[in-house]
Design a protein around this ligand. Sequence first.
Ligand code: F6R
Length: 602
Amino acid sequence: MCGIVGVTGVGDALPYLLQGLQKLEYRGYDSAGVYLSDASGKDALIKEKGRVSKLAEKAIAETKGFKGTAGIAHTRWATHGNVTVENAHPQKSADNRFFLVHNGVIENYKELTDTYLQGVHFVSETDTEVAVQLVDKFSKDGMATPDAFRKMISLLDGNSAYGFLLVDHEDPETLYVAKKKSPLLVGVSDHGNAVTSDAAAMIDLTKDFIELRDGDIAIVKPKSVTIYDEAGEQVNREPFTLEIDPEDTDKGAYPYYMLKEIDEQAVVARNIAGHYYDDEGNLQGIAPEITDAIKKADRLYIVAAGTSYHAGLIGKRYFEQWAKIPTEVHIASEFAYDQPMLSDKPFFIFLSQSGETADSREVLDNVKKQGFPALTLANVMNSTLTREADFALPVLAGPEIAVASTKAYTAQVLVQAILASALGNPGFDLKAELAKVAVEIQAITDEKESFKKIAESALKNQHSAFYIGRGLDAAVALEAALKLKEISYIQTEGFAAGELKHGTISLIEDGTPVFALLTQKKTAGLLRGEVAQVAARGANTIVFASESLAKDGDAYVLPEVNELLMPLLAVIPAQLIAYYATLDRGLDVDRPRNLAKSVTVQ
Ligand code: F6R
């Protein structure tokens, strides 16, 4: 959570910082702030509640005539303290000498305050202010700034994940950086250097980035970068060149990233096939060490959160049916503190778009301590979960910016299918079928108008809705419901249809929208019965059925691919319905309230 960006040695820092914050807004958008300085010591601190665009207006107005050559900036997802201007970052020391932005949580901030900062006047309720006041205190005790910064870091509780970026007003073009289990990169160029939570936020300045490791402290100046490792030794870390087309992180002609990302799913499916199959149709890109390690296991444990967890529920079917390995799927935040009884030879698969989800990281830490092997499937490679697992495979959805995950879900399902096919025979030509999936995803996304109409008629003025299904459709129903509720705020439940009569059916009222996903032949008759039962109680039933199971009156007929791959198609109408229902309510599709894209706190 929270996005950090900093630049130094650039002609005019503010445009870089504001543009960077816009790109980092997915990490939190309760409030934002920027601190600018130049070599002469002139400076400005501007903070604002709400979105980066509000900060931008204020910052441009308040800095007229002043060009900061260095600066730090932050977009916040509140943890300690309400959403107020005072609690927004940068936080500063009482004497206005040090300015700090922070991503993470300082677990022992109260103890640190009691021990070191008695009598210090705090203006915010944040744990971050404790960190900057500590640096100031140690500096007043006679320490040089790098030592004061290092000492502050050394006092943090061992569990604290953090990313810090500090400026000392007495040396205003130097940025002090520290990182642990929170992504932070140093961007290098011959016209200034940068620090950022996500490389995509700084691609206007450079494509060359140094990845900091946990425990690193970096001192970034206009023309130099010096890095010290956890032991305090100076180290040389080679930059890598980011292979990213700036257009990938732009909305282009789309009104919202979510719609762009829904539309990209056909291309993503093709890209994944292109990566994992050679021209002859042979699998490639999955190292034999990975399949060998999985084959030694007697049970797979898929661990993930939210949408990625839902993708895991689909993957389970592939690993069990094709690879013949019993598979359990677990919610990371539960598994972390209530580990179930494990089999003799477990193998862990972590699924994650961001690769930074704190709940999943906690589980990975635990299973590593127990010596169990783990593979991460992530969209963001070089992320913490990919680095810390024994193995990693890319999910290849491309940058996903909208908070509601769409293409990362389909990509995770696809990559799990391909991995399972490397372990056992699906009994059909998966590559050919995936080509068909891509074509049919395209066909569904081309019918946006139909889903817009359904969304506007079925969901107008509704405060609750249901998605139901059986088997794989029940798993898709969970994802479909999450999509709708998280962005439209319509309370939506995803349900295994057979469970309705055991309690939930009492919620059905006249006109309650019940979307039924009907793609699994074995249970189609039963599901039709459940649709009739809710209709008899007044529900407005909207059925999305695959071609061979469709009946007159169904709202949409899904093209048919292999039944086990139908989740890849069934989810698309649900994504589009969530999008259009949200648009119809005049809400911000890409930035739903209270959420952030990368959930780096537990
Ligand atoms: C919902 C959504 C979240 C994420 C979850 C896990 O649309 O995106 O539920 O799936 O926070 O995040 P990752 O996949 O980054 O581990």
